[in-house]
Write a protein that binds this ligand. Structure first.
Ligand code: NAP
Ligand code: ZN
Ligand code: ZN
Length: 359
């Protein structure tokens, strides 16, 4: 091991076929601009599963997933200001970027023209990070080091186990809500898929002052969806329920994680409404263009958010008491959590890996 590296415990998959197991990985020690922290929790996003299963065809093994990290600072570099040992911090999907393109300059590192480095399974091309494999390792681990730019501060009053999910599922909903002008409120917003992302979408859209419709394949989620802020609940497999919401929504955020037909949801949009695709679904959609003509509706997508906006999302959640429903699990339960999410996240919950309890 080179002198600027250290070894830490992690949980990874050594191949597509094998189960998660405890492995050792190497990361760089904190340089002048870096922050190291010990993890307490890491949320389990459905994206972890897409990559661990090699669904996008680009997974390198061993893979250590996880991009919803929360922990306590153990070391800071000499140039780091505003963060000190003992602070509560987190990291989301972005762990490096080019730092010089117009998007990075604006704080929209999620659209870095050189491609941002995702927390796991991405080649380390920007020079800010080092591992023993040359690609990133995520947050199912004991310790993390990143440039201070990618650190989010967790407010004192905010529960640690709920903070990690803000850094992916929270910001992935907050950013399109802000971009499509739902942040001041007053819009009719639909959220499709009430799982990890969807529950944050409902909570955030409501706290921003919008009328929120939860759109779900799971009738059993109705009571919980209404309890977290939905004003309406549509069962997407029920024709009458879908008809009741026709032409009602200005903005729909679609979090469905499996192949589906997006045309199914277009009747819910009003004139000039927008459907935003968020799931990492590789199968093509076949779209009839008539609704686009007749209602001048828009189809778009969105990917997480930049670092300043991620801090805004964290602070908004703390200010408004938005705390995702989480279920703590240990590392030996990762396999069963993955199976249940693959089938369909049938509860309104974000599973969160309890790192200290897993060591
Ligand atoms: P999740 O907790 O598993 O929730 C996904 C929800 O989608 C399920 O609870 C279910 O909701 C619905 N669903 C699942 N299968 C479906 C099907 N066949 N047809 C219709 N609805 C279905 O997943 P998540 O962590 O929220 O992630 C959701 C997706 O977003 C994943 O693909 C993930 O990779 C992606 N993602 C994207 C970004 C981004 O930046 N764009 C960031 C994070 C995650 P109901 O039971 O309510 O129908
Ligand atoms: Zn995620
Ligand atoms: Zn850039």
């Amino acid at each position: 091991m080179s002198t600027d590296m250290y070894e830490t415990n992690a949980w990874g998959k050594k191949s597509q076929e094998t189960e998660f197991e405890k492995i050792k990985i190497q990361r760089n020690l904190a340089g002048d601009n870096d922050v190291s922290f010990d993890l307490q929790y890491c949320g389990i996003c459905h994206s972890d599963i897409h990559f661990a299963n090699n669904e996008l065809g680009n997974t390198s093994y061993p893979i250590v997933p996880g991009h919803e990290l929360a922990g306590v600072v153990t070391a800071v570099g000499s140039n780091v200001t505003g963060i000190k040992v003992g602070d509560r911090v987190g990291v989301g999907c972005i762990v490096d970027s080019c730092n010089k393109c117009s998007q990075c300059e604006k704080g929209e590192e999620n659209f870095c023209e050189g491609g941002f480095t995702n927390a796991f399974n991405y080649p380390l091309v920007h020079g800010g990070l080092k591992t023993n494999t040359g690609y990133s390792f995520g947050g199912y681990c004991e310790s993390m080091t990143v440039n201070k730019r990618y650190i989010v501060k967790i407010p004192d009053n905010y529960p640690m186990e709920a903070a990690g999910p803000i850094f992916c599922s929270g910001i992935t909903m907050y950013s399109p809500l802000a971009h499509w002008k739902a942040l001041p409120g007053g819009m009719n917003v639909g959220i499709i898929g009430i799982g990890g992302l969807g529950q944050m979408g409902v909570r955030l859209a409501k706290a921003m002052g919008n009328k929120v419709t939860a759109i779900s394949t799971s009738p059993n989620k109705k009571a919980d969806a209404m309890a977290i802020g939905a004003d309406n609940f549509i069962v997407s497999k029920d024709a009458d329920s879908m008809a009741s919401g026709e032409n009602s929504l200005d903005l729909i955020l679609n979090t469905v994680s499996a192949p589906h037909e997006l045309s199914h949801y277009l009747p819910l949009l009003r004139k000039d409404g927008t459907l935003v695709q968020l799931g990492l679904v590789t199968a093509n959609h076949s779209v009839n263009q008539f609704p686009f003509l007749m209602k001048r509706i828009n189809l778009s997508g969105s990917v997480i958010g930049g670092m300043p906006e991620t801090q805004d999302c964290m602070d908004f959640c703390a200010k408004h008491g938005i705390i995702p429903a989480t279920k703590l699990v240990k590392a030996d339960q990762i396999g069963e959590v993955y199976k249940s999410l693959e089938t369909k996240n049938d509860q309104i919950v974000r599973y969160v890996l309890d790192i200290k309890a897993s060591l």
